[in-house]
Design a binder for this molecule. Structure first.
Ligand SMILES: [Zn+2]
Length: 312
């Protein structure tokens, strides 16, 4: 699926029931809410059971969870891209744990028949103040209507579209057309955040209810809903010194201001001696992932989105 299809020819899933849904937690080993929810649902499957589809529970990265770190060898959520070369399992395990996990998870998703035409929901936490964010990799009718459905029950839930074609798709959600990341924050690494734990479960419940209604033909793609989308534009790196080291931090006035309009001239960084760096980019941009801990190594201080509304 090409990302631009969301732009021009929205993929039509209206006759395309989802018989298998996967819920994944602990893709990152220091994001505990999702992993704990998977455990809760394993103990009480009724919470996530619906009549028209089977729900499958998966733990993304057990070894990293055990060590309470994001990953062991490499970021699992950037490991799903190139798995075409059939490497013997023993060899790859010795070489790289996450490459092996990506292969195993994909095999499980194929066995469960989530691949190719089910729905995959991957639960994450962020240190950024992003509240409850649905992250899509395309603007399909299905995704837009799902966002509208969830927002009717929980207006605080945001929809964020990552359509950046300059980076290869290597996330778990790139394995299917209907892959949705539920990104929840702010949560510090390595903790379970009770309030957001329950709100995450509520959000998932509404997503499952939507899929159930959709499978029953009870969802009309008739343009009756308006969805507000934040569409990824680009990411912004920290200021750097001559040795390429990070030379400043997020300005206090930008901290926690995810999804709030960033005006040209607004302070975005501060150096260690207090010098202010101001935003000199385009108007009408909304920052997300502001000060996400895991993105320091990815050269991302925050990402910029533009806001658009779509009818679905
Ligand atoms: Zn994550």
């Amino acid at each position: 699926l090409n990302a631009d299809e969301g732009e021009n020819v929205a993929p039509d899933f209206s006759e395309h029931r989802a018989l298998h849904v996967a819920l994944i937690g602990g893709t990152h080993g220091n994001e505990l809410n999702g992993a704990w929810l998977i455990e809760r649902w394993r103990r009480n499957g009724k919470l996530i059971a619906r009549e028209s589809f089977q729900t499958h529970l998966l733990l993304g990265n057990p070894k990293a969870l055990h060590q309470v770190r994001r990953y062991v060898d490499q970021d699992l959520n950037r490991s799903f891209g190139d798995m075409s070369a059939p490497t013997p399992r023993e060899v790859s395990r010795a070489r790289n744990y996450e490459e092996e996990r990506a292969r195993v998870l994909r095999e499980q998703l194929e066995t469960f028949r989530v691949i190719p035409d089910g729905v995959l929901i991957d639960l994450h936490n962020t240190t950024a103040n992003m509240g409850l964010s649905l992250i899509f990799v395309n603007r399909s009718q299905f995704n837009l209507k799902l966002a509208a459905w969830v927002q009717k029950h929980m207006p605080e839930v945001r929809a964020y579209c990552w359509l950046d074609e300059t980076v290869p798709r290597r996330s778990s959600t790139s394995l299917v057309d209907r892959g949705i990341t539920l990104e929840v924050g702010p949560v510090a690494n390595g903790i379970v955040h009770g309030d957001l734990f329950w709100k995450t479960e509520r959000t998932v419940q509404h997503m499952l209810d939507f899929i159930e209604a959709y499978n029953r033909g009870a969802v009309q793609f008739d343009g009756s809903d308006e969805v507000e989308l934040f569409v990824h534009e680009r990411s912004v790196d920290f200021p750097r010194d001559e040795k390429d080291r990070i030379a400043g931090f997020i300005h206090p006035e930008l901290q926690d201001r995810d999804y709030q309009l960033l005006e040209p001239g607004a302070p975005i960084f501060q150096s260690i001696d207090g010098q202010v760096v101001r935003y000199s980019g385009e108007e009408g941009r909304y920052p997300v992932f502001v000060n996400e801990a895991a993105y320091y190594e990815k050269r991302i201080a925050f990402s910029l989105t533009r806001r658009e509304t779509r009818r679905v």
